[in-house]
Ligand binder design. Sequence first.
Ligand SMILES: [Zn+2]
Length: 116
Amino acid sequence: MVDSDSDEIEYAKEQQIINNTFGEWANGVICISSKELDTIISTEKDIIIKNTYGCYCYSEAQRPHDYFHIRSNQPHTNKTIIKHLIKNNFNPGCNHMFLEHISKINDTSYQLFMGS
Ligand SMILES: [Zn+2]
């Protein structure tokens, strides 16, 4: 049986953790669960995070891909990558503003999966 009240409480708690970690920017935008924030995405020192704008929002006025180069001696996690994106003013500026996951292209390249 689904208890919608406790689901809502869980969701609110989850949002609170995300907001505390990333600030107001993340409000409702980060769809990666708080349990996955410390998941290691890469142990390479230098990685590239790519975001493409192949969505319908940019079908008229195309937008070039964004590339974020991140260098760290520590493993890259969902949290450290998202912090880097925020610091570098990442803003898709379209309906696809919800970060659902970061997927691997190869050992040093990763792509954002943005949902609407
Ligand atoms: Zn879009």
